[in-house]
Design a protein around this ligand. Structure first.
Ligand SMILES: Cc1cc2nc3c(=O)[nH]c(=O)nc-3n(C[C@H](O)[C@H](O)[C@H](O)COP(=O)(O)OP(=O)(O)OC[C@H]3O[C@@H](n4cnc5c(N)ncnc54)[C@H](O)[C@@H]3O)c2cc1C
Length: 483
């Protein structure tokens, strides 16, 4: 069967874009899911895909999906592989469609302030191109050097400046996608529409389960003329969250709002914070005059609420080091779990979630080395909480899984019990799928029905987003059975 599939795929693409060399397939055994990386480091065997194919354009992607759908073969779309929850994790029966060859910029439309790209462009390359032309994307995920635009749309990503510019769903103007059955669909570029449900939302955040995104049009912004920055020492997280709520509800909209708890403050800003303090970083930017006006107003509010001004240097330092994650790989290779869990909730619940999660993990997970938290994406209604965790599990794959799942179970439980959402921006992948029925509640059957309509054969990324019923094989029946 494997040989047949490979030769059929070679009939659709050039030979050199259908890969089945076992060594090369090893590069595709996992995305950046910490569980799998640590299990791999302690000797776990990993599933390799059947083969990897690299289409060059939309028509080739459509031909591939049409064929694989007809043959009932599992498909996993693969972007930059920077997803952290196994969204692009294959099993050994799946064909991976690697979008990396579709990396052209199609059009810069300066009149209408949009850029159109193929999905496989690494975001850094798009940002550099825009900067050369006097624009910015406004979207700065920490993985900007790894993630592709298609992957960022497919996971509903958020960037570090999202409080001003919005998340990817706010930045997307239109898109083209190939449905699992091979049909090509285009959602046209207009500034707004009232034409029924927004169909682009079926693909934004669909994590490769409803189709493959083949072209994307995003908003762009003229390079900001000016910036204002300041950091503040804050008594504790609860007070810091209250301060952010105060200025967000007044309508201020700084690009960066980050509140780091005492442990994070002490790690990165020990020379400037007092022992118990959290640190609040603010950056405002915009056209001439905007940032200074917003900065002055924010400074007044934060000082009135008890913040202690620390000047702009901590924000400068964060800007410089914000994407350095090199040390994480070192720990992972030693069998230490380093992970991040980002959830969100309304202002009325977020401080409680932060306090309960940190307290429960410290008390109930003996293998835990540390848990810290920060808020980094704020809205008038609430904010996210981004937990950073380290744990030292036994050096065997089952032990790693046990410790890993016990941490996640507690964070998901506390979040759901306190009205939060289990995910702010990393997406669901395979890791969080089992909590989706609880997360969506009465709306969960709607997601199953949509999936069934979009992907009747059930070939697309089974086990991602929608859970496979326990003990069942990863196929359509295992997710379509029941409601
Ligand atoms: C160090 C680090 C920092 C990170 N920081 C952030 C951050 O600040 N903000 C944030 O939001 N995320 C962040 N992430 C998570 C990750 O970068 C995002 O989830 C990103 O969107 C994944 O993009 P990718 O191209 O690497 O996709 P992949 O990991 O390859 O795939 C992700 C999912 O999208 C699907 N997919 C990929 N391409 C397509 C396509 N063209 N059509 C349909 N489905 C597709 C895959 O099947 C998979 O389910 C970070 C990850 C790392 C490792």
């Amino acid at each position: 069967m494997t040989d047949n599939v490979i030769s059929e795929l070679k009939d659709l693409l050039d030979d050199n874009r259908v890969h089945h060399d076992p060594e090369l397939l090893t590069d595709y055994t996992t995305d950046t899911w910490p569980l799998k990386l640590v299990q791999k480091a302690v000797g776990a065997a990993m599933d390799r895909p059947l083969c990897v194919v690299q289409p060059k354009n939309t028509n080739e992607t459509a031909a591939l999906l049409q064929h694989l759908n007809k043959r009932d073969i599992a498909v996993v779309p693969y972007g930059g592989g920077s997803g952290v929850h196994g969204g692009a994790q294959p099993n050994n029966e799946s064909v991976m469609i690697d979008m990396g060859n579709m990396c052209d910029i199609v059009e810069l439309d300066e009149e209408n302030l949009t850029v159109t790209t193929q999905p496989g462009i690494v975001h850094r390359n798009l940002e550099d191109y825009l900067n050369q032309h006097g624009y910015i994307s406004g979207h700065y995920p920490q993985s900007i050097d790894l993630a592709q635009i298609g992957g960022l749309v497919a996971t509903r990503s958020a960037g570090q400046f999202s409080t001003k510019y919005g998340n990817i769903e706010n930045l997307l103007v239109g898109l083209e996608a190939v449905l699992p059955t091979g049909e090509i669909v285009r959602i046209k570029n207009v500034p707004r529409r009232s034409t029924g449900p927004d169909l682009s939302q079926l693909l934004i955040g669909s994590e490769g389960t409803m189709g493959i995104i083949t072209e994307i049009t995003l908003k762009i912004f003229p390079k900001p003329a000016d910036r204002w920055m300041c950091a503040y020492g804050i008594k504790n997280m609860r007070e810091g969250l209250h301060i952010i709520r105060t200025f967000m509800r007044e309508g201020w909209n700084p690009a960066v709002v980050r509140l780091h708890d005492q442990m994070e403050a002490a790690k990165s800003y020990s020379d400037i914070v007092n022992g118990e303090e959290s640190i609040l970083l603010i950056l405002s930017e915009g056209p001439e005059g905007y940032a200074q006006t917003e900065g002055k107003a924010l400074d007044k509010i934060i000082l009135e609420q008890g913040g202690r001004s620390l000047g702009p240097d901590p924000v400068e330092s964060w800007l410089e080091h914000r994407n350095n994650t090199g040390e994480l790989q070192e720990y992972t290779s030693q069998g230490i779990i380093i992970d991040t869990i980002e959830i969100a909730a309304n202002w009325s619940d977020i401080a409680t979630i932060y306090e309960k999660v940190t307290e429960r993990l410290r008390k109930e997970v003996p293998e835990l080395l540390l848990v810290t938290g920060h808020s980094s994406h704020s809205y008038p209604q609430g904010t996210n909480m981004y937990f950073i965790l380290a744990a030292h599990p036994p050096k065997d794959p089952e032990g790693v899984e046990r410790v890993y799942q016990s941490i996640w179970q507690k964070v998901m439980e506390v979040t759901l019990e306190n009205n939060g959402t289990i995910c702010h921006h990393h997406g669901i992948g395979k890791l969080r799928a089992s909590w989706m029925p609880q997360e969506l509640g009465s709306a969960y059957p709607m997601l199953k029905k949509l999936k069934r309509i979009m992907d009747p054969q059930g070939i697309m990324n089974i086990g991602t987003l929608l859970p496979v019923n326990e003990g069942e094989k990863e196929n359509a029946e295992s997710i379509y059975s029941g409601n």
